[in-house]
Design a protein around this ligand. Sequence first.
Ligand code: IPM
Ligand code: MN
Length: 354
Amino acid sequence: MKLKIAVLAGDGIGPEIMEQGVAVLSAVARKFGHEVTYKEALCGAHAIDEVGDPFPEETFQTCKEADAVLFASVGDPKFDNDPTAKVRPEQGLLAMRKKLGLYANIRPVETFDCLIHKSPLKDELVRGADFICIRELTGGMYFGEKKEGTDEAYDTNFYSRPEVERILRVAYQYARQRRHHLTVVDKANVLASSRLWRKVAQEMMTEYPDVETDFMYVDNAAMRMIQDPRFFDVMVTENTFGDILTDEGSCITGSMGLLPSASTGSSTPVFEPIHGSWPQGKGLNIANPLAQILSVAMLFEYFGLKAEGALVREAVKASLDANVRTPEIQVEGGAKYGTREVGAWIVNYIENKA
Ligand code: IPM
Ligand code: MN
């Protein structure tokens, strides 16, 4: 297969983990005889610094012309601490999602047995937890009408029926490929937008009799994820709730540096770690590249390249089992590995795999 990849490394630790993601992608492509070409493009804080726009038109074109976007992370403290900044790196990410029509954000929450002890939850609660959060990504409060006055401000949580329907269809498809259990997360006891979600889901569930559909308020879902994460198979929710719940989901696995995501919709799909740009870790060769590398696995799987995706996952698991780990998940007293060393180990594993 020929694949054109747009590479958006972004800010902070982005370029370092991206280097490893690209190395792994190339290693797998060589092994399976795929022809991959890369084109780098600016995004985030360094795009603001260089051209004054966090998602420049040229970057948009590069993404549109690509088969997939591999994205790392954006953000910079100099903007976080300045609420008056006119442009922010995060706007680049939001512009990318909107312009590429990426309405479905797939965030798997998986645990690795050898890292369970790093989870803040008790072993017996979290072991085996394995669910997917499907987050609506181009609607809701993130994109609704807003006003930002001196004494008054608001955001609008707007959703239309087609927006709700299409994300629910994605969720049902995932549920069908998994354990046939879908949890629709909303706040229908308070919010009108949530009642629309619930109404549409109740109508649609009759089309999917093979999937058990249940409904849960978001506050309750946040609690359930801690008390009994294995309850969930596929959960689907609106943009803002999904943002919050997936951070919660990522930490129960033991390291935020492990979770990849895919965003799909009407144009080029984007594959990216769910963690941020971690500016404090920048340039120190300590950032965990695994979420980026697992995003490469999701990229292959998106194109139906199952064996390729599986090999990436196998190599990641092998690295963890071999204690080749970045500092935040390192075994006490064990050898020290940095971002580059973990990446190189995984590439080597892939190259030498019979
Ligand atoms: C995420 C991030 C973004 C979001 C930020 C960086 C705009 O937190 O992808 O979850 O809120 O969607
Ligand atoms: Mn988030």
